[in-house]
Ligand binder design. Structure first.
Ligand code: 3HC
Length: 310
């Protein structure tokens, strides 16, 4: 059972945190982008969700509707009419677009949640820098790249920072707010305030690899895979051990499947390249093999475990 108290509180107008941000553009219609667009719309702000692929956007809209249904059921369990109203109104606040440049015209905040590739991010932000209004804040939801490195391409370095969400975004209550070396106090404070306005508890972190959560979580998941690789314990037993012995909601191997083997591998590989002597970041053969076979976890129906297709 997950505590939705925070989400519920976020919708009672008396306690809602106000933000100067009214219009948000989320770039990237994957799992994270869809979740970010959803929580923004739930908080009463207008969102444009952008992806270059219209099929991806159609899939995002479906997953947002599903997720809104779950949230509405939880908050308005005894009031189906209010639940329906909440879902319809939240969904109506989300527009979609395949053109990032036109989508940022009237926006206050851009959150990028696209592929973890520095060159692709640079190309995007360079275009957006000349298209977006001067006051617009740019943020990246990167899990492992450097905010300073991503921001190096834009002129508005003082208006650039990191907003790192967790999957599933509508459920996980944390938001890491990352200051780059040139992020201004005003930008940082606005990002903090905005995070609270969408119902998240914000923590601050410097621009350091993995910020707080991934710097701890990714080596932990990697160590679990190394236990498995050495044959010290089965995947099932490792997961049961951490759920029942440490109170985690998911075991580490389940979590790798949930986050995605490709994402986990990408993070580890990037850090291994940067810090080749750090044993915690070394490649993991059993994970690399599954990734090469296209077994990326829950999203492909198989990773370390098999999943029923939904
Ligand atoms: N939208 C809305 N509600 C959702 C949802 C979604 N996408 N997914 C689950 N829920 C709701 C369910 O409806 C259910 O509500 P209920 O309590 O009213 O029944 C509740 O959440 C619990 O869901 P389930 O019963 O389906 O399953 P669990 O109790 O196992 O919870 C979980 C699922 C929330 C995913 C939980 O297992 C969990 O917290 N796992 C750990 C997730 C985690 O660690 N995330 C961080 C990953 S790292 C990351 O994202 C960073 C990145 O950079 C890599």
């Amino acid at each position: 059972m997950i505590q939705f108290g925070i989400i519920a509180r976020n919708f009672s107008s008396s306690s809602a945190v106000q933000s100067a941000i009214k219009n948000v553009t989320v770039i990237g219609g994957g799992l994270m982008g869809s979740g970010i667009a959803q929580v923004t719309a739930q908080a009463g702000q207008n969102v444009t969700l952008v992806d270059v692929n219209s099929d991806v956007l159609a899939k995002s809209q479906k997953s947002i509707q599903n997720s809104l249904g779950k949230v509405a059921k939880k908050i308005y369990k005894d009031n189906p009419q209010e639940a329906e109203k909440f879902m319809t109104e939240s969904f109506a606040r989300i527009k979609t677009s395949t053109d990032p440049v036109s989508a940022v015209q009237g926006t206050d905040l851009v959150i990028e949640a696209i592929v973890e590739n520095i060159d692709v991010k640079h190309t995007l932000f360079q275009k957006l820098d000349s298209a977006a209004p001067d006051h617009t804040i740019f943020a990246s939801n990167t899990s492992s790249l450097s905010i300073n490195e991503i921001a190096s391409i834009v002129k508005r370095k003082d208006k650039f920072g990191g907003l790192h969400f967790f999957n599933p975004v509508p459920v996980m209550r944390l938001l890491e707010v990352v200051r780059g070396s040139e992020t201004s106090d005003t930008t940082y404070n606005t990002m903090m305030q905005w995070g609270k306005s969408v119902g998240k508890t914000c923590v601050a972190c410097k621009d350091t690899p993995g910020f707080i959560v991934n710097r701890l979580l990714v080596p932990y998941m990697a160590e679990a895979l190394r236990l498995l690789e050495r044959g010290d314990a089965s995947a099932r037993d490792i997961d049961v051990a951490m759920k029942l012995g440490a109170g985690y909601p998911m075991g580490p191997i389940e979590l790798v499947d949930y986050v995605g083997l490709d994402t986990t591998k990408f993070i580890l590989d990037g850090w291994h390249k940067k810090f080749p002597d750090q044993a915690l970041f070394k490649p993991i053969a059993i994970m690399n093999k599954l990734v090469a076979e296209g077994k990326l976890g829950v999203k492909t129906g198989e990773g370390f475990y098999k999943y029923e297709k939904k």
